[in-house]
Design a protein around this ligand. Structure first.
Ligand SMILES: Cc1cc2nc3c(=O)[nH]c(=O)nc-3n(C[C@H](O)[C@H](O)[C@H](O)COP(=O)(O)O)c2cc1C
Length: 198
Protein backbone atom coordinates (compact mmCIF):
# COMPACT_ATOMS: atom_id res chain seq x y z
CA UNK A 1 0.00 0.00 0.00
CA UNK A 2 1.25 3.46 -0.95
CA UNK A 3 0.11 6.65 0.72
CA UNK A 4 -0.08 9.61 -1.67
CA UNK A 5 -0.64 13.12 -0.37
CA UNK A 6 -1.50 16.07 -2.61
CA UNK A 7 -1.03 19.52 -1.08
CA UNK A 8 -1.75 23.01 -2.39
CA UNK A 9 1.45 23.55 -4.36
CA UNK A 10 1.24 23.92 -8.09
CA UNK A 11 1.41 20.64 -10.00
CA UNK A 12 -1.50 18.59 -8.62
CA UNK A 13 -1.41 16.65 -11.90
CA UNK A 14 1.85 15.05 -10.70
CA UNK A 15 0.04 13.48 -7.74
CA UNK A 16 -2.86 12.44 -9.97
CA UNK A 17 -0.59 10.82 -12.56
CA UNK A 18 1.32 9.04 -9.77
CA UNK A 19 -1.92 7.63 -8.36
CA UNK A 20 -2.96 6.50 -11.85
CA UNK A 21 0.33 4.71 -12.45
CA UNK A 22 0.28 3.00 -9.04
CA UNK A 23 -3.31 1.85 -9.63
CA UNK A 24 -2.44 0.72 -13.16
CA UNK A 25 0.34 -1.43 -11.71
CA UNK A 26 -2.12 -3.06 -9.30
CA UNK A 27 -0.89 -1.28 -6.15
CA UNK A 28 -3.26 -0.18 -3.41
CA UNK A 29 -3.26 3.60 -2.94
CA UNK A 30 -4.40 5.52 0.14
CA UNK A 31 -4.85 9.09 -1.02
CA UNK A 32 -5.20 12.32 0.94
CA UNK A 33 -5.73 15.79 -0.52
CA UNK A 34 -5.37 18.92 1.63
CA UNK A 35 -8.00 21.68 1.50
CA UNK A 36 -5.62 23.90 -0.48
CA UNK A 37 -4.77 20.85 -2.58
CA UNK A 38 -8.41 20.56 -3.66
CA UNK A 39 -8.56 24.25 -4.55
CA UNK A 40 -5.34 24.16 -6.56
CA UNK A 41 -6.40 20.93 -8.25
CA UNK A 42 -9.77 22.44 -9.23
CA UNK A 43 -7.97 25.48 -10.63
CA UNK A 44 -5.21 23.67 -12.52
CA UNK A 45 -7.02 20.59 -13.82
CA UNK A 46 -10.50 22.02 -14.34
CA UNK A 47 -9.90 25.78 -14.69
CA UNK A 48 -12.26 26.27 -11.74
CA UNK A 49 -15.19 24.93 -13.80
CA UNK A 50 -15.42 21.86 -11.60
CA UNK A 51 -14.84 21.41 -7.90
CA UNK A 52 -14.25 17.70 -7.46
CA UNK A 53 -14.47 16.35 -3.94
CA UNK A 54 -13.08 12.88 -4.54
CA UNK A 55 -10.13 11.50 -6.45
CA UNK A 56 -12.31 8.76 -7.94
CA UNK A 57 -14.33 11.58 -9.52
CA UNK A 58 -11.13 13.22 -10.82
CA UNK A 59 -9.93 9.94 -12.35
CA UNK A 60 -13.36 9.33 -13.89
CA UNK A 61 -13.25 12.81 -15.48
CA UNK A 62 -9.89 11.87 -16.97
CA UNK A 63 -11.47 8.65 -18.34
CA UNK A 64 -9.02 6.60 -16.31
CA UNK A 65 -10.47 3.18 -15.58
CA UNK A 66 -9.29 1.43 -12.44
CA UNK A 67 -10.12 -1.19 -9.86
CA UNK A 68 -12.08 0.84 -7.27
CA UNK A 69 -11.03 -1.59 -4.55
CA UNK A 70 -7.45 -0.37 -4.93
CA UNK A 71 -8.18 3.26 -4.04
CA UNK A 72 -8.93 4.46 -0.49
CA UNK A 73 -9.44 8.16 0.17
CA UNK A 74 -9.09 9.90 3.52
CA UNK A 75 -9.82 13.38 4.76
CA UNK A 76 -6.77 15.41 5.74
CA UNK A 77 -8.13 15.87 9.28
CA UNK A 78 -8.94 12.19 9.86
CA UNK A 79 -6.35 11.05 12.41
CA UNK A 80 -8.28 7.82 12.91
CA UNK A 81 -7.38 6.76 9.35
CA UNK A 82 -4.70 4.06 8.81
CA UNK A 83 -2.01 6.47 7.45
CA UNK A 84 -1.91 8.09 10.92
CA UNK A 85 -0.33 5.04 12.51
CA UNK A 86 2.95 3.22 12.16
CA UNK A 87 1.08 -0.02 12.84
CA UNK A 88 -0.58 0.31 9.43
CA UNK A 89 1.18 -1.64 6.70
CA UNK A 90 2.37 0.67 3.96
CA UNK A 91 5.39 0.72 1.68
CA UNK A 92 5.93 4.43 1.36
CA UNK A 93 4.49 7.91 1.71
CA UNK A 94 4.77 10.23 -1.27
CA UNK A 95 3.69 13.86 -1.08
CA UNK A 96 3.40 15.25 -4.59
CA UNK A 97 3.23 18.15 -5.00
CA UNK A 98 4.42 19.34 -1.60
CA UNK A 99 3.81 22.96 -0.57
CA UNK A 100 6.42 24.90 1.38
CA UNK A 101 3.93 25.06 4.25
CA UNK A 102 3.55 21.28 4.51
CA UNK A 103 7.30 20.85 3.90
CA UNK A 104 7.89 23.08 6.93
CA UNK A 105 5.51 20.96 9.01
CA UNK A 106 7.17 17.70 7.93
CA UNK A 107 10.68 19.07 8.52
CA UNK A 108 9.71 20.03 12.09
CA UNK A 109 7.51 17.09 13.01
CA UNK A 110 4.45 19.33 13.21
CA UNK A 111 1.93 16.65 12.32
CA UNK A 112 -1.33 18.58 12.39
CA UNK A 113 -2.78 17.09 9.19
CA UNK A 114 -3.09 13.49 8.03
CA UNK A 115 -0.60 14.15 5.20
CA UNK A 116 2.08 15.57 7.51
CA UNK A 117 1.32 12.90 10.12
CA UNK A 118 1.73 10.13 7.50
CA UNK A 119 5.11 11.59 6.49
CA UNK A 120 6.07 11.86 10.16
CA UNK A 121 5.12 8.21 10.67
CA UNK A 122 7.13 7.09 7.62
CA UNK A 123 10.22 8.93 8.89
CA UNK A 124 9.97 7.58 12.44
CA UNK A 125 9.36 4.05 11.17
CA UNK A 126 12.25 4.24 8.73
CA UNK A 127 10.01 3.77 5.71
CA UNK A 128 10.33 5.53 2.40
CA UNK A 129 9.09 9.11 2.39
CA UNK A 130 9.35 10.83 -0.99
CA UNK A 131 8.76 14.56 -1.04
CA UNK A 132 8.13 16.49 -4.25
CA UNK A 133 8.50 20.10 -3.12
CA UNK A 134 7.37 22.73 -5.59
CA UNK A 135 8.32 26.38 -5.33
CA UNK A 136 10.65 28.74 -7.15
CA UNK A 137 12.85 30.51 -6.29
CA UNK A 138 13.65 28.80 -3.00
CA UNK A 139 14.31 30.83 0.15
CA UNK A 140 16.82 29.85 2.81
CA UNK A 141 13.87 28.69 4.91
CA UNK A 142 12.70 26.34 2.15
CA UNK A 143 16.21 25.00 1.58
CA UNK A 144 16.81 24.53 5.33
CA UNK A 145 13.54 22.61 5.62
CA UNK A 146 14.47 20.35 2.69
CA UNK A 147 17.83 19.67 4.30
CA UNK A 148 16.18 18.83 7.63
CA UNK A 149 13.72 16.48 5.93
CA UNK A 150 16.55 14.83 3.99
CA UNK A 151 18.59 14.39 7.17
CA UNK A 152 15.54 12.76 8.76
CA UNK A 153 15.43 10.24 5.92
CA UNK A 154 13.13 11.73 3.28
CA UNK A 155 13.92 11.68 -0.43
CA UNK A 156 13.74 15.17 -1.93
CA UNK A 157 12.58 14.87 -5.53
CA UNK A 158 11.73 18.28 -6.99
CA UNK A 159 9.68 18.30 -10.19
CA UNK A 160 12.69 19.19 -12.33
CA UNK A 161 12.29 18.07 -15.95
CA UNK A 162 15.10 16.58 -17.99
CA UNK A 163 15.46 17.83 -21.54
CA UNK A 164 17.65 15.00 -22.82
CA UNK A 165 14.48 12.88 -23.09
CA UNK A 166 13.10 15.39 -25.65
CA UNK A 167 9.76 16.11 -23.93
CA UNK A 168 7.12 17.23 -26.42
CA UNK A 169 4.13 17.80 -24.19
CA UNK A 170 3.39 18.93 -20.64
CA UNK A 171 2.36 15.31 -20.11
CA UNK A 172 5.90 14.20 -20.98
CA UNK A 173 7.33 16.67 -18.46
CA UNK A 174 4.93 15.47 -15.75
CA UNK A 175 5.59 11.82 -16.54
CA UNK A 176 9.33 12.33 -16.15
CA UNK A 177 8.83 13.32 -12.50
CA UNK A 178 6.30 10.53 -11.95
CA UNK A 179 8.74 8.04 -13.50
CA UNK A 180 11.50 9.23 -11.17
CA UNK A 181 9.21 8.68 -8.17
CA UNK A 182 8.28 5.20 -9.40
CA UNK A 183 11.99 4.51 -9.92
CA UNK A 184 12.73 5.28 -6.25
CA UNK A 185 9.82 3.04 -5.28
CA UNK A 186 11.11 0.21 -7.46
CA UNK A 187 7.86 0.17 -9.44
CA UNK A 188 8.39 -0.59 -13.13
CA UNK A 189 7.12 1.92 -15.67
CA UNK A 190 7.45 3.00 -19.27
CA UNK A 191 7.03 6.73 -18.75
CA UNK A 192 10.39 7.56 -20.25
CA UNK A 193 13.17 5.61 -21.86
CA UNK A 194 16.12 5.03 -19.52
CA UNK A 195 19.33 6.71 -20.63
CA UNK A 196 21.39 4.33 -22.72
CA UNK A 197 18.42 2.17 -23.85
CA UNK A 198 18.10 1.90 -27.61
C1 LIG B 1 -2.90 28.28 -7.68
C2 LIG B 1 -2.01 28.18 -6.47
C3 LIG B 1 -0.73 27.70 -6.63
C4 LIG B 1 0.12 27.58 -5.53
N1 LIG B 1 1.38 27.10 -5.73
C5 LIG B 1 2.18 26.93 -4.67
C6 LIG B 1 3.47 26.35 -4.87
O1 LIG B 1 3.87 26.00 -5.98
N2 LIG B 1 4.23 26.12 -3.77
C7 LIG B 1 3.81 26.45 -2.51
O2 LIG B 1 4.56 26.21 -1.55
N3 LIG B 1 2.60 27.01 -2.29
C8 LIG B 1 1.77 27.25 -3.34
N4 LIG B 1 0.53 27.79 -3.15
C9 LIG B 1 0.14 28.20 -1.78
C10 LIG B 1 -0.36 27.01 -0.93
O3 LIG B 1 -1.55 26.48 -1.49
C11 LIG B 1 -0.61 27.52 0.51
O4 LIG B 1 0.63 27.86 1.13
C12 LIG B 1 -1.35 26.54 1.38
O5 LIG B 1 -1.45 27.07 2.68
C13 LIG B 1 -0.70 25.17 1.44
O6 LIG B 1 -1.45 24.37 2.33
P1 LIG B 1 -1.28 22.77 2.35
O7 LIG B 1 0.15 22.49 2.46
O8 LIG B 1 -2.06 22.35 3.57
O9 LIG B 1 -1.91 22.24 1.10
C14 LIG B 1 -0.33 27.95 -4.24
C15 LIG B 1 -1.64 28.43 -4.10
C16 LIG B 1 -2.46 28.54 -5.20
C17 LIG B 1 -3.86 29.07 -5.01
Amino acid sequence: MYIVGITGASGSVIGIRLIEELLRSGRHVSAIVSDSGWRTLGHELFRNRKNPSSLAEVLDTRNFTFDRGLLSEYSNDDFFAPPASGTARFEAVIVAPLSMKSLSAIAHGYADTLITRAADVALKEGRRCILVPRETPLSLIHLDNMLSARKAGADILPPAPAFYTYPETIGDVVDFTVGKILGLLGVGHELFRPWGDA
